[in-house]
Write a protein that binds this ligand. Structure first.
Ligand code: COI
Length: 331
């Protein structure tokens, strides 16, 4: 019987794992910890592995997996920036991801948090806490209807987000390296990022993180955005320079932002840090800034997503084990 070792396994995934294992006649073995140099020995004797981590495995891990005869890593997320693709390839390891586990989860969260920024939810909540129920302009909002939204990265999540904004009555501009004709009924593609940014009241980013998108949003790009615009990042922290975001907010160039991801979130996000002093001053600012609605990488986090991440990743693991390749390979 095929045996797969699952790293970074969470209790909430168990039902989906058990159902998948039974349906596919595969034995699964679970570890709470992530895949790294200290834990890789646990994969020995297995036919394949899966993980869900945001931490990067050390470079040595790939050669050790090869030595064990393991030919794949099935990551249970859409992003695969935690892996060294070329190094994995060098060691004959296929990294698969789960690209479309629930575009609706991220898209709906994006629009919801856009509304939270536009309707100044942070101010409203603060006032409610003080039992101040008066109506003053500091809690007066604006609508999505009638606004122009720029969607940067019009893939499966970006296009779903674009559809929702379009349904709200916004004009949707798109910027993507490969525009798709079937999205043109609701996305007006722009030739360059600057054209999308300078005309939009709301900018939402949905690109993967790679060398071409790292710090795509820096001081210069933020300044290309329309004064008073809103910035939404539910993609990856690394696509923006957080310090530059703070700078443009300090200059009152932007109205506000909703940020679900932070470049250096890994020591904090997905674990509890109550009563701890947060040493990372930028992370602290992200949490505390009145103009920012910060959420700890929660856009993806729904019942539907958890189920689909497991099944899509495990199908991909089995596909590589049985055929030597997979449709969701990333390297
Ligand atoms: C992704 O699927 O890429 C996510 O951001 C989810 C998270 C658990 C890493």
């Amino acid at each position: 019987m095929t045996k797969i070792k699952v790293f970074d396994a969470r209790q909430e995934e168990m039902l989906a794992f058990e159902e998948w294992a039974e349906a596919n006649g595969v034995t699964l073995s679970f570890e709470e910890g992530v895949l790294n140099q200290a834990s890789v020995h646990l994969a020995q004797g297995f036919d394949g592995i899966s993980t869900k981590q945001i931490a990067k495995p050390e470079p040595e891990v790939y050669a050790i997996l090869k030595e064990y005869g393991i030919r794949q890593i099935a990551q249970r997320t859409a992003g695969f920036d935690m892996f060294d693709g070329p190094l994995a390839t060098e060691n004959g390891i296929i990294i698969t991801n789960t690209p479309e586990y629930s575009p609706a989860s991220i898209a709906e969260f994006t629009v919801g948090n856009c509304l939270n920024v536009l309707r100044r939810l942070k101010n409203v909540e603060e006032k409610i806490e003080q039992q101040d129920f008066a109506h003053f302009p500091d809690i007066r909002g604006t609508t999505i209807r009638g606004k122009t939204v720029a969607v940067v990265g019009v893939g499966s999540i970006g296009s779903h987000t674009a559809r929702l904004f379009h349904a709200f009555g916004a004009k949707v501009l798109g910027y993507d390296v490969t525009p798709r004709d079937d999205y043109r009924s609701f996305v007006d593609y722009q030739d360059c990022l600057e054209d999308a940014l300078k005309n939009a009241d709301i900018v939402t980013v949905h690109t993967p993180l790679d060398a071409t998108t790292h710090h795509m949003f820096d001081y210069e790009t933020f300044k290309q955005m329309k004064p008073g615009a809103v910035f939404l990042n539910n993609a990856r922290g690394g696509v923006m320079n957080a310090k530059d975001l703070f700078k443009v907010l300090d200059e009152d160039h932007l109205f506000g932002a909703a940020i679900d991801v932070y470049e250096f979130e890994e020591p904090y996000v997905f674990s509890k840090h109550t009563h701890e002093v947060i040493e990372d001053k930028d992370f602290l600012r992200l949490i505390q800034d009145p103009k920012i609605i910060y959420t700890p990488h929660t856009a993806y986090y729904t019942d539907e997503a958890i189920h689909n991440m497991v099944t899509i990743a495990m199908d991909a693991a089995l596909e590589v084990i049985q055929t030597g390749d997979a449709k969701h390979r990333t390297n």
